[in-house]
Ligand binder design. Structure first.
Ligand SMILES: Nc1ncnc2c1ncn2[C@@H]1O[C@H](COP(=O)(O)OP(=O)(O)OP(=O)(O)O)[C@@H](O)[C@H]1O
Ligand SMILES: [Mg+2]
Length: 776
């Protein structure tokens, strides 16, 4: 036993040692909430609480694994293994495997990922003959998802005139029917989507008191990290399970609640004291993660929110560097600045790639950063993009494996029934779907009974369908006798998938084959690994569940030294020595979609607070004057959040008094309708010093009259001083445009130009004969 209790300060020790009963830890970022949760579990086990009686819910599976590792070093590996620990989705998927049969689900139910759900919804919209431009499948899926997370079942929906009216007003009067069909189809396919994992758990616990009692008795101690981001469905599950023993410990930070768009409800944290008797509330105030400058800057930002619990976060860490703000002319230049700055820090301070993170508001911002990092040969990893398991060839193999476990799985079946091609056309598939709907059965069941059904399908096709069924059945027989790896390898060969990609012969085909090989390796690893886990057998079902709930975030990558790129949402709970927050611009951050109400804007501000508090040593904020959005180059305005940081904590790397400063006159109290024109009213001061990085239009005009050497160091200067990023130019054939980027040297010097007539072209300067315009 280690004396791990000594690794806590007094304020942290209290909730760790707290005896039974409900407790809540409310504290700012980096104050040790996750550490308290981890150590409390270790302490409970030391006090003799059986590891089987503890349930811990975390934000990512990776976080759960790390906690388990830490606990294992304190109480020993074998005990730590028995803990039920993971995300809500993974924990309750496991619970539903045991008891979902009471709701009519097979224990081997499939988990539909978002893509599966969207495909099915798109198919239903088509079958119903609805206009796909009005019934956009992604929007419909979103809507259904939010109903499910608010526990609005189909039945409840049709009993609620207000909801129906709202959908009718949105020109989607038949949304309820789609919802109904979607739920029916999932059920028939023996499938649950992500939201079902919570919805059905709730249903199970409400409808079957004996099941509820069983789990209440099992999970005598429940702990929840990031409690501020639980949605209603999750909240109810926790409430129900903890109702009997009331040994519930939640930790969270209202200032970091950033998932309300997914139905998370900050009032869960505010109402906790009302929900339980004698709640002990603990507060932590000392931040161990960040420098004084970062902590104070973050405090000054969040102080702009009206709705928040009083907190006084401080740190005894060093002051550290000021928060650096950098402006550039284009997003490409922003990327180059970030890459250059990382490169420099690495050189100067001997830092690893893994010590840097670049955070952004939306995934699409990663491209410019990636390009720049690649040019500098800095390895990076994008989190939350298309994960390995979502690649087409991988999903194809997985679809066959899913069919082995659950042949009713409609999305898997549709995916591979004719891939590799075996002469089963779309018309045949449509007929099968119609028959399946008619008989209230799955497509596979229809295929099994083709000879008894009077269907208009010719004998040749019938034989092909029968062959397919026979093939799946042969896999099923094999699955009983061999492990997941042996079976998967057999399936990849026997179905012709490997051959299909090999035949292809292109580099892409080969890459796909290699990916399949990687998948097989992964399955082998999994089978080996599972042998050590309690309750696990290394079966194919377990593997598929792991995959369905995996995100890239969950992969163990500690040994891999790369710069991390991710959205701020994904960065919650993590920490990095150096953090770059890019795209600090109005309409991007805060997002244009989140400025309609005060509460939306406050959520964006919390998001900024989360972003900044990820940094341990140094934070950089960057913004650009021009950015591509929705295929157009737009003038970007500096984010209002920049001016909300108290001035003494920031350092501007680019001059701010030159007409493009971020100090706007925007009225912070106006929320609904921000007067954008105000941002433009900032007058350029006289005697603007020439900027050395990213000149703006005003400066460009001046620059053209100045000596060539006064130009951005990132832009090697041409003989013609006007040809720089951001300059307006005229081309004899393409007309007027704006230079986005200049690259290459000598005869190879090229300019990337966005022409007013539309279109971006890369032109060799020695041929282009560009005229620099003065009247920008
Ligand atoms: N008493 C302590 N002594 C030394 N380091 C500590 C102490 N408490 C926490 N830390 C360290 O401070 C950092 C932040 O802790 P932790 O991640 O638990 O904070 P948190 O409150 O969960 O943050 P967030 O709100 O971002 O989730 C971690 O690196 C942790 O190891
Ligand atoms: Mg935490």
């Amino acid at each position: 036993m280690s004396n791990f209790i000594d690794e806590l300060n007094d304020a942290q020790r209290a909730p760790v040692l707290h005896k039974d009963g409900p407790l809540m830890v409310i504290a700012g970022a980096g104050s040790g909430k996750t550490r308290v949760l981890t150590y409390r579990i270790a302490h409970l086990m030391e006090q003799g609480v059986d590891s089987f009686n503890i349930l811990a819910l975390t934000f990512t599976n990776k976080a759960a694994r790390e906690m388990k590792k830490r606990i294992a070093t304190i109480v020993g590996n074998s005990e730590a293994k028995n803990l039920w620990m993971g995300t809500f989705h993974s924990v309750f998927a496991k619970l539903l495997r045991f008891d979902g049969d009471k709701l009519g689900y097979p224990s081997n139910f499939t988990i539909y990922d978002t893509q599966d759900s969207q495909r099915l919804i798109a198919a239903i919209i088509k079958e119903m003959g609805l206009d796909k431009d009005i019934y956009k499948y992604k929007q419909v899926q979103n809507r259904i998802s939010s109903y499910k997370n608010s526990l609005i079942t189909v039945k409840a929906y049709f009993q609620n005139p207000e909801l129906m009216e709202a959908d009718a007003m949105a020109k989607r009067p038949r949304l309820g029917e789609i919802y109904q069909n979607y739920v029916d189809r999932c059920f028939k396919a023996g499938a649950m989507d992500f939201d079902d994992l919570l919805l059905r758990t709730n249903e199970l616990l409400t409808r079957f008191p004996e099941v509820l009692m069983k789990y209440q008795d099992r999970f005598r101690y429940i702990l929840v990290d990031e409690y501020q981001d639980t949605n209603h469905s999750q909240y109810l599950i926790v409430k129900a399970l903890s109702d009997r023993y009331q040994n519930i410990c939640v930790v969270g930070d209202d200032a970091q609640s950033i998932y309300s768009f997914r139905g998370a409800n900050i009032s869960n944290i505010l109402n906790f004291q009302r929900d339980y008797d004698n709640v002990a509330v603990y507060r932590l105030e000392q931040n161990y993660r960040s420098t004084k400058n970062i902590v104070n800057a973050a405090n000054s930002i969040i102080a702009n929110n009206k709705n928040q619990l009083e907190k006084n976060v401080w740190t005894s860490n060093d002051d550290g560097g000021l928060i650096k703000i950098h402006r550039s002319v284009t997003d490409a230049e922003e990327g180059r600045y970030v890459a250059g700055s990382i490169f420099e820090s690495k050189m100067q301070n001997q830092m690893q790639n893994g010590e840097f993170a670049v955070l952004y508001r939306t995934n699409s911002q990663s491209r410019a950063i990636e390009d720049a990092l690649r040019k500098r040969d800095i390895p990076y990893r994008i989190y939350g993009g298309l994960s390995f398991y979502q690649r087409k060839e991988i999903k194809d193999v997985l679809a066959y494996l899913r069919l082995v476990i659950n042949p009713k799985d409609e999305e898997a079946l549709k995916r591979v029934i004719n891939f590799p091609t075996r002469g089963i056309g779309q018309t045949t598939i449509d007929k099968l779907v119609v028959a399946a709907n008619h008989y209230g059965r799955s497509i596979y069941e229809v295929m099994e009974h083709l000879d008894k059904l009077n269907m208009n399908i010719n004998a040749g096709t019938k034989r092909k369908l029968a062959d397919f069924v026979t093939m799946i059945k042969s896999f099923q027989i094999m699955n009983e006798g061999s492990d997941a790896f042996v079976l998967a390898e057999h399936v990849a060969k026997k179905t012709g998938l490997l051959l299909e990609f090999k035949k292809d012969g292109t580099p892409e085909g080969i890459a796909k084959m290699e990916n399949i090989e990687e998948l097989l390796n992964g399955i082998k690893d999994f089978v080996e690994g599972q042998k050590e886990v309690a309750d696990a057998t290394g079966s194919l079902t377990e593997f598929l569940e792991d995959v369905a709930l995996a995100t890239d975030m969950d992969k163990d990558i500690e040994d891999d030294d790369r710069v991390a790129l991710m959205t701020i949402h994904l960065a919650k709970g993590l920490e990095f020595p150096y953090v770059y927050i890019v795209g600090m611009e109005e309409d991007l951050f805060p997002s244009a979609m989140s400025m309609n109400t005060r509460s939306e804007l406050e959520e964006e501000r919390r998001l900024f607070y989360v972003a900044l508090t990820r940094a341990e040593k140094q934070a950089f904020l960057t913004y650009t004057q021009n950015r591509y959005r929705w295929g157009k180059l737009i003038d970007a305005e500096p984010s209002r959040f920049l001016e909300e940081i108290e001035e003494k904590y920031v350092e501007n790397l680019t001059p701010v008094n030159d007409g493009y400063r971020y100090k706007s006159t925007i009225d912070k109290n106006i929320f609904g309708e921000v007067d954008k024109s105000k941002l433009r009213q900032v007058k350029p001061s006289n005697g603007t010093p020439p900027s050395v990085q990213g000149p703006n239009e005003n400066q460009l005009r001046k620059l053209r009259k100045l000596k060539p050497e006064i130009s951005s160091p990132t832009q090697p200067m041409d003989l013609d001083p006007g040809l720089v990023t951001g300059a307006r130019v005229n081309h004899t054939r393409f007309g007027r445009g704006k230079i986005l980027n200049i690259e290459g040297a000598g005869n190879d010097r090229k300019a990337e130009i966005h022409f007013d007539q539309g279109g971006i072209k890369k032109l060799l300067l020695r041929f282009a004969k560009l005229e620099v315009l003065d009247n920008a």
